[in-house]
Design a protein around this ligand. Structure first.
Ligand code: NAD
Length: 487
């Protein structure tokens, strides 16, 4: 395979970075990955400013044309995009939905117009309205685990709202976004409307989050980076921020649940991307009495995972994304062996290139206050504990700083509704876990799992300013003078 080259996409052109620096990507293939500088971010912002007036002056229908074309181009390139993510981050093509997800987002927003504003007659002498307008130059910083999911969640609503965008990819996974960058011009997006820059967080990401001309920024990634971004935004221009952060998602399985379904779905959630998803249910609580049967079913499914080359369709679990990720996961596993009971699932490691694979790990009876129960591991590691009562289940499920996703499995509808209401979580699955197909529901977390919500029309709220316009109507007052009650 020829060495891969990735360059900055700024103002409609592929360019080396201002100092020609490159970075290494963990991948079995060699490449040449350009590392952006803060000058490159400035260049992208200048281009975004220059493109803004013409872009925001278009009607939603006119802006929608290139977005719809981009959706089609992504659909046509789906298999290739899947291979690029398999190559750079080990994402199995068998579980790849990102191309479909991205195309759906761009297609949806190609037909979206501004969400409605408000109007009011509550002030005598006035007929007031609020209008919504794009912020202007905006930005997005995305993680590596599902690059096109996050690229589309940010770009599609922001562009439809009339903003111009600078997007930074993760240094671990620039390939599929670089491929999409190559489609933007042909789709009809004018130069500067979208620039895509690559490189590391402390340099490129910081240049974006502290940039004085970027008015809104949407970030998906870890809590630690979210804090750094919030500090940088506060120290610069208080840009509008939205965050999609980490998780430690619980699944509550009651004794009356369909245990086959609960075991099948929860093991898929934690293992399908080797635990490297924000919504993965890494804590499973099973009601005593059903625990032994559930654990047997769960372990049998974990043992049947096919670990191997992510580019092959028969593979159901790939490697960890890089060495650092692998080492972090193994540190948690070693610690977990000391604090709880580890079940050897025995899913066979691949015969070749097995270095970064972690066999699915199931821990039983971990203390609730152990690190493995409290911290996001981002690996194929699940803890299964038990509970007796509904009250206890809710208490332990909510005893976390996170609140992204939670699931409840039971056939008792009243209980399901009570538990759904009681869970401190931005998303709750009732007899299901981590559904990725529910595009029109608010996506986001409680507590330290995030600030704001994404998905479809709701996403446009975060890319639009609101302006109140007070319109004096000059109605006659009691004295018949036409004065308004204000001013
Ligand atoms: P990360 O926070 O390490 O990196 C995310 C992005 O931030 C990358 O592009 C990185 O280069 C950049 N970055 C790093 N330091 C920065 C800094 N100082 N300033 C600005 N940008 C900086 O996260 P990751 O390892 O790429 O992704 C995994 C994390 O993302 C997990 O915590 C996971 O739960 C979370 N995540 C959340 C969601 C969600 O929707 N809630 C979805 C996917 C992933």
């Amino acid at each position: 395979m020829a060495p891969i080259k990735v360059k900055q996409y700024i103002n409609g052109e592929f360019l080396p970075s201002s100092d020609n620096k490159t970075f290494d990507l963990f991948s079995p293939y060699s490449g040449d990955f350009s590392e952006a500088t803060s000058d490159d971010v400035d260049k992208a912002v200048v281009a975004a400013q220059a493109a803004l007036a013409a872009w925001k002056a278009l009607s939603p229908q006119q802006r929608g044309k290139p977005l719809a074309k981009l959706a089609q181009m992504i659909t046509d390139a789906d298999a290739e995009l899947a291979q690029l993510d398999a190559l750079s981050l080990g994402r199995p093509v068998s579980t790849y939905f990102d191309g479909y997800y991205a195309a759906t987002h761009f297609r949806y927003f190609s037909e979206a117009a501004y969400p409605v504003g408000t109007s009011s007659l509550n002030t005598p002498g006035f007929m007031n309205i609020s209008i919504r307008q794009p912020y202007g130059v905006c930005a997005a910083i995305i993680p590596w685990n599902a690059p096109l999911v996050f690229l589309s969640k940010k770009l599609a609503p922001a562009l439809a709202a009339g903003n111009t965008m600078v997007l930074k990819t993760s240094e671990k996974a620039p390939l599929s976004s670089d491929r999409v960058a190559a489609m933007l011009g042909e789709a009809g997006l004018p130069p500067g409307v979208v620039s895509i820059v690559h490189g590391h967080g402390p340099v490129v990401g910081h240049a974006i989050s502290s940039h004085m001309q970027i008015r809104a920024l949407s970030f998906t990634g870890s809590v630690r980076t979210g804090r750094a971004i919030q500090r940088a935004a506060a120290a610069s221009n208080f840009k509008h921020l939205t965050f999609e952060l980490g998780g430690k998602s619980p699944a509550l399985v009651f004794a009356d649940a369909d245990l086959d379904r609960a075991a099948r779905e929860t093991q898929h959630s934690i293992f399908f991307h080797s635990g490297q998803t924000c919504m993965a249910n890494s804590r499973i609580y099973v009601q005593k009495g059903a625990a032994a049967a559930f654990v047997d079913k769960f372990n049998a499914l974990a043992a049947a995972r096919k670990l191997g080359d992510p580019s092959r369709l028969e593979t159901t679990s790939g490697p960890q994304a890089d060495k650092a990720q692998y080492e972090t996961v193994m540190r948690y596993v070693e610690e977990g062996k000391k604090t709880g009971q580890m079940v050897e699932t025995g899913a066979p490691l691949p015969a070749e290139n097995g270095d970064l694979f972690v066999q699915p790990v199931v821990f039983l009876q971990q203390p609730e206050d152990s690190r493995i129960m409290k911290e996001e591991v981002f690996g194929p590691v699940v803890c299964i504990n038990t509970f007796e009562t509904e009250e206890e289940a809710l208490k332990i499920a909510n005893d976390t700083k996170y609140g992204l996703y939670a699931a409840v499995y039971t056939k008792d509808l009243d209980r399901a509704m009570r538990v759904a209401k009681g869970l401190e979580s931005g998303m709750v699955g009732v007899n299901c876990t981590s559904p990725t197909g529910a595009w029109d529901m608010p996506f986001g977390g409680y507590k330290q799992s995030g600030v704001g919500r994404e998905s479809f029309l709701l996403s446009m709220d975060d890319w639009l300013e609101q302006k109140a316009v007070f319109i004096r109507v000059g109605e006659l007052d009691e004295a018949g003078t036409g004065n308004s009650t204000l001013g």
